[in-house]
Design a protein around this ligand. Structure first.
Ligand SMILES: NC(=O)c1ccc[n+]([C@@H]2O[C@H](COP(=O)([O-])OP(=O)(O)OC[C@H]3O[C@@H](n4cnc5c(N)ncnc54)[C@H](O)[C@@H]3O)[C@@H](O)[C@H]2O)c1
Length: 246
């Protein structure tokens, strides 16, 4: 069975990715800052900001389970703030987790995949990485860098038969969405995402719903699979049309 390693697996999207890949027959290693305890997977602690830790854990996972043929990076953090209010610390944290964290994983796993001349990498970024947004400048910038990082990795690794693609979700019903600073009833974050906001230059979601994490997981599973064997360096938007991407 093919081994798949998922980062940020304890989160809403990560958990759905683990379940979807396990259902497709992968041996799934679910990693997060604290080892996730999820069905049909092995939980391992892996902090993507810890360079030596990433190298060590990837080596240990391969020793225990075999070669990692699928890498899915979902670990991410958001510290909402506009351009005038974004502090250095929050900026550095978002880049460290969302961008450099992906670089660390690409280095550790990508090197091994290149040596074996096989593998598929899927990085979960965000539609905020390509569409300007108010109030999340550090997050959006980190995701823009992550998208480009992944596509450059796809170009460099192509000669080794290793693919690297991005899935860019829009608003997805997880704790990350609901933790955004929206006053009032708990579902207001969801309602506001669907409705859009002219003062915030958001068109809303044409399909009139936020994503369920499994919507993102299905796109990840497709790009990870041999069904996508001729697809690399792509950025697949799973956002109900919210970013009006062509
Ligand atoms: N929910 C949304 O609306 C949405 C939209 C677009 C993109 N995304 C992206 O999807 C991904 C998953 O988000 P989610 O909605 O499931 O959020 P979430 O907060 O539920 O999960 C994120 C996970 O990342 C983990 N994480 C944070 N720092 C880490 C680190 N240093 N090392 C390892 N793991 C770490 C957290 O512990 C958490 O389990 C993120 O990259 C996020 O930016 C989410």
């Amino acid at each position: 069975m093919t081994v798949a390693l998922v980062t940020g697996a304890g989160g809403g999207i990560g958990r759905a990715v683990v379940a979807t890949l396990a259902a497709r027959g992968h041996t799934v290693v679910a990693t997060d800052v604290a080892a996730p305890d999820l069905p049909d997977s092995t939980g391992v602690a892996l902090d993507v900001t810890d360079t030596p830790g990433v190298e060590r854990v990837v080596g240990e996972v391969e020793s225990a389970h075999g070669p990692i043929d699928v890498l899915v990076c979902t670990a991410g953090v958001i510290r909402p703030a506009g351009i005038l209010d974004t502090g250095d610390d929050d900026w550095a944290t978002m880049l460290d987790v969302n961008t450099t964290g992906v670089l660390r994983m690409l280095r550790a796993v990508g090197r091994r995949m290149a040596e074996r001349r096989r593998g598929s990498i899927v990085v979960v970024a965000s539609n905020a990485g390509s569409v300007p947004r108010t109030g999340i400048v550090g997050y959006a910038t980190s995701k823009a860098a992550t998208i480009h990082l992944t596509r450059c990795a796809g170009l460099e690794l192509a000669e080794f038969g290793v693919r690297a693609n991005v899935v860019s979700p829009g608003s997805t019903d997880t704790t990350m969405l609901r933790a955004l600073p929206v006053p009032g009833v708990v579902d207001e974050a969801v309602e506001r995402a669907v409705a859009g906001s002219l003062p915030h230059h958001r068109v809303g979601i044409p399909l009139r719903r936020v994503a369920d994490p499994v919507d993102i997981a299905e796109a990840v599973a497709y790009l990870a699979s041999d069904a996508a064997r001729h697809v690399t360096m792509q950025d697949l938007y799973v956002d109900g049309g919210a970013s009006l991407q062509t």
